[in-house]
Write a protein that binds this ligand. Structure first.
Ligand code: FAD
Length: 411
């Protein structure tokens, strides 16, 4: 069986690897000149720059099917966050169950009331039960509504949940489904958010490593799909027994008389080089300051020393707005000065990544994909994070499932 896979992001690569493991051939057609889709790392002046701040959660269920964790050499953030408040005040809020010596500082922190901190423990078990049995939650509940119903006070929601999860969902109002929140809350509280030592791009490099080079066709855009063939923008037609569409599908599907709409949240990360490190912690700094431009700040070189050249440090600053100009750069440095001091004046911008279609808006999510949802027509199967949920796990699972459906009944 030979399958054409449109799109060489993690979903397309997961589909290809699944087919390969079962002895089938495939051709990945990717419009860019590189694989990986939304998970990329470039090298700039000795820095490893991920295309937008992102992390891998080693508790993702699909990871075991696809990655050799030891070779990725994950470098972990510590549990908890550094909370950056209005007046330059900042404090570390940890997970006392994983770092018992942080119990007192966490209990005394101003992030929320004592009862809210106790509620965090109940939330941990609620998230665990949800992952075991993802039914029972009222459909279409947003994360914000869920947190209020759970009893959290506004201080806790605004000092912790909104700053942290708006950076995860790229959604300032936490309109994202509470189901996605509970799924990720369980992952964040049971494993350590990590990056491969040599950058997030290693995930796709490892997936593609053993694939025959003639099964990957880069720099080719698919412009239409027929039953068993696809047409490239060059005019070339490629034929297969079936097709897995692991790329944004609207235009291609419209030509088949089908429709599938997805809307997205954007992300914007600005990278800086610094001669001094603002702190030595492996923590995401989340901004609880009202009307802040900045959402979060991480010193990437504290987490993996490979992210910056020797003697330098690298910061990833994620902001809410879409614009970038020298005023915005000055504003970022000024906001950061309140927490990290005058050294911010010396920070040098390396590059920035504004990704318009970073994550699908997720008012409803799924955790699996059925054949009926994936299959359109006799030989075409849909994959991609928009089919399940916006995460690396969702993308990998969609690709694996689409490949399994394509293999059913085939020799
Ligand atoms: C800044 C940012 C931060 C994120 N943070 C996290 C995080 O911390 N943790 C997490 O789990 N997830 C995170 N995500 C989400 C995760 O990266 C995505 O869910 C996942 O990578 C999506 O993979 P995909 O294969 O479904 O789609 P994509 O990666 O978008 O792949 C689709 C591919 O199809 C190609 N393509 C499109 N049209 C065509 C065509 N016509 N012909 C040929 N090829 C085509 C594209 O070039 C692309 O390579 C983040 C995403 C971003 C952008």
């Amino acid at each position: 069986m030979h399958t054409i896979i449109i799109g060489g992001g993690l979903a397309g690569l997961a589909a290809a690897k699944t087919l390969m493991q079962h002895g089938h051939t495939f051709k990945i057609i990717e419009k860019e000149n590189h694989l990986g889709g939304r998970v990329q790392t470039s090298q700039i002046n000795g820095h490893l720059i991920d295309h937008g701040f992102q992390v891998y959660l080693p508790g993702y269920e699909e990871g075991i099917h696809f990655f050799d964790y030891a070779k990725l050499d994950f470098q972990a953030f510590d549990p908890g966050s550094m909370i950056l408040y209005d007046d330059g005040y900042h404090e570390v809020v940890s997970d006392p169950l994983r770092k018992p010596f942080t119990l007192f500082s966490t209990l005394l922190s101003k992030v929320g009331s004592f009862s809210d901190k106790r509620r965090l423990l109940n939330l941990k078990s609620a998230a665990k039960s949800f992952c075991k049995n993802p039914n029972g939650l009222k459909k279409n509940t947003s994360t914000y509504e869920f947190l209020v119903d759970f009893g959290f006070k506004q201080d806790m929601i605004h000092n912790f949940f909104i700053p942290f999860f708006s950076g995860v969902f790229f959604d300032k109002n936490l309109e994202t489904s509470a189901e996605m929140f509970l799924y990720l809350y369980d992952k964040f509280s049971t494993c350590l958010a990590s990056v491969p030592k040599n950058g997030m791009g290693e995930l796709s490099h490892q997936l593609a490593a053993k694939m025959p080079s003639d099964s990957i066709h880069l720099g080719s855009e698919v412009i239409s799909i027929n039953k068993k063939s696809v047409q490239l923008s060059s005019g070339q037609n490629i034929i297969g027994d079936n097709i897995i569409l692991a790329a944004p599908a609207e235009k291609l599907l419209a030509k088949l008389g089908q429709s599938k709409q997805a809307t997205f949240n954007h992300s914007h990360t600005i990278y800086f080089e610094s001669a001094e490190t603002p702190h030595t912690k492996k923590l995401v700094g989340i901004v609880a300051k009202k009307n802040s431009l900045i959402n979060n700040v991480s010193v990437m070189s504290n987490v993996s020393s490979k992210y910056a050249p020797s003697g330098k440090h690298q910061l990833a600053v994620s902001i809410f707005g879409e614009d970038y100009n020298s005023d915005i750069e000055a504003q970022i440095k000024k906001e950061c000065q309140a927490w990290f001091g005058k050294q911010t004046e010396q920070w040098k911008m390396i590059t920035r990544h504004h990704i318009r279609k970073a994550l699908p808006k997720q008012k409803t999510v799924k955790f699996d994909l059925s054949k009926e949802e994936s299959q359109i027509g006799e030989n075409i199967f849909l994959a991609g994070d928009t089919m399940i949920n916006g995460s690396i796990n969702g993308a990998l699972k969609s690709g694996r499932r689409a490949a399994e459906f394509a293999m059913e009944g085939q020799a």
